[in-house]
Design a protein around this ligand. Structure first.
Ligand SMILES: Cc1cc2nc3c(=O)[nH]c(=O)nc-3n(C[C@H](O)[C@H](O)[C@H](O)COP(=O)(O)OP(=O)(O)OC[C@H]3O[C@@H](n4cnc5c(N)ncnc54)[C@H](O)[C@@H]3O)c2cc1C
Length: 447
């Protein structure tokens, strides 16, 4: 049977595209090798981590409740129940995605799809010994964990984010190799529950890509909570529960009950017949244009497979662009205002340019910044909380970047993203009415 569109991969890129395509009348088939839809994001990424982090936040708040004149005695937690709650939420959302795909009239095949050939009849895909031909193909195979060639890693039992999510016994101590977003979110989770956490990061600051000044403030908050950070430090070998590190030519050994490896992810480029498609690559992913077309105009690619952003909301936006293009529209993908959020406690979020990027690009800018304590609502809810809101403006006052440390940065950053995407100037954003009292008012206050 011939289809208008086949999608390989049922993560945020794949399921968003499938639903949109189906609702717009394209005869669509979605291949996912796992028995559930949702991809990394829903099954072992965004949603499970945020579910665990929320339990950790509730536990932390309960312990701190005296601050709010509330007495909570015998505050404790049951890690196996926290994991069970996480699994229940994932199952619920899995069912939601499945229902949307069915309602959109998309055929969902469980199995590994492989493109076998491309000819005048279309693109040929084989899955579970069946052959399908399609006019257009969308590749959404996502990304996988990078395991760096650290001496001893092959003989060591380590966790990746996948194992860390399902561990039911709290380790006494944990060495996190890699202080990026995923590493720091897990450091936050285990630190909140009482594990001694040590973070080793090769760069001179955690959370590369986020605002450096605010990342340093967040690191200080976690240092106060007991997390040990080793910056500008390289892991030179691992052996059992020992990690050898090197800083400024000096070697030393760290010991931890568990080791979590979180040094990054890379696009999945094998297992779907890429060798039969002759597509161009860019860096470590697939090359695409602003409509998400690969070097073959009938084949699109969205999400982590492009190796570009590695975020679920980027994957979703790219999927919308690809399907719109297949339907004959020409909206281009814009990466100007993709928010980045780290769901620590406090959260840190940023959108648009950082000072570091602007300096490297030689673009002149000025900064307006206030402590979060200038927001009444923030003070009401975070009596002793630090944090800051930083706006980066061009010489003509166009908003170039907004960076926030403080809860709920993940929600406030949306306003900033819209302002940046629309090219708003400081006065235009300041003229908007913000509800009072909200933490988001801090943006207006800064302006
Ligand atoms: C621990 C962790 C936390 C994260 N937290 C966040 C967060 O808070 N916010 C955020 O924006 N992003 C987060 N991410 C990143 C986010 O999960 C990814 O950016 C997102 O899942 C990418 O979506 P995707 O559709 O490109 O690919 P994926 O979600 O990776 O899905 C790809 C799918 O393709 C399937 N597949 C691959 N090959 C084939 C084949 N040949 N046939 C059939 N199926 C195939 C795979 O089984 C998989 O289900 C997190 C990631 C991790 C690991």
């Amino acid at each position: 049977m011939k289809y208008d569109l086949a999608i390989i991969g049922g993560g945020p890129a794949g399921y968003t595209a499938a639903e949109l395509a189906g609702l717009n009348g394209l005869k669509t088939i979605l291949f996912e090798k796992n028995s559930v839809l949702g991809g990394v994001c829903l099954n072992e990424g965004c949603i499970p981590t945020k579910t665990l982090l929320y339990s950790a936040k509730v536990y932390y708040t309960a312990k701190e409740s005296a601050k709010y004149a509330i007495s909570c005695e015998n505050v404790g937690f049951d890690l196996s129940k926290i994991i069970a709650r996480k699994n229940k939420i994932v199952r619920k959302l899995n069912a939601g995605v499945r229902a949307k795909i069915q309602d959109a009239g998309v055929e969902n095949v469980v199995g590994q799809a492989i493109v076998t050939k491309i000819n005048n009849d279309g693109i040929w895909i084989s899955c579970n010994d069946q052959v399908y031909t399609v006019d257009k193909l969308l590749l959404c195979t996502g990304s996988e964990v990078v395991v760096p060639p650290i001496p001893g890693i092959g003989e060591t039992e380590y966790w990746t984010s996948r194992e860390a999510l399902d561990n039911k016994e709290l380790p006494q101590s944990l060495i996190v190799i890699g202080g990026g977003v995923i590493g720091i979110e897990f450091a936050s989770f285990f630190n909140s529950l009482g594990t001694k956490v040590i973070v080793v990061e090769m760069m001179d600051e955690i959370l590369g890509g986020m605002d450096k000044e605010l990342s340093a403030q967040l690191r200080n908050e976690y240092s106060k909570k007991g997390v040990e950070f080793h910056l500008s430090t390289k892991v030179t070998s691992v052996n059992g529960n020992k990690v050898e590190i090197e800083k400024d030519g000096q070697k030393s050994i760290l010991e931890g009950e568990k080791i979590l490896l979180s040094v990054g992810r890379r696009p999945v480029l094998d297992g779907f017949g890429l060798e039969n498609m002759n597509l161009e690559k860019f860096r470590n992913g697939l090359k695409v244009n602003e409509f998400m077309q690969t070097s073959n105009p009938d084949i699109y690619a969205c999400g982590d497979i492009t190796g570009f952003s590695l975020l679920a909301h980027t994957a979703v936006s790219e999927a919308e662009i690809a399907i719109e293009h297949i339907l004959g529209h020409h909206r281009k993908m814009s990466y100007k205002a993709i928010p980045g959020v780290v769901y620590t406690n406090p959260e840190i979020a940023g959108v648009g340019k950082t000072e570091e990027i602007l300096q490297s690009e030689g673009i002149s800018y000025h900064v307006k910044q206030l402590p979060m304590a200038y927001s009444g609502r923030f003070v009401a809810e975070n009596e002793q909380g630090g944090g800051a809101c930083k706006l980066i403006l061009a010489d003509d006052d166009t908003i170039l970047g907004v960076h926030i440390l403080g809860n709920p940065a993940s929600e406030i950053i949306v306003i900033a993203g819209i302002a940046i995407e629309k090219g708003m100037k400081a006065d235009e954003l300041k003229a908007m009415v913000f509800p009072h009292p909200t933490v988001g008012e801090i943006i207006k206050e800064v302006l």
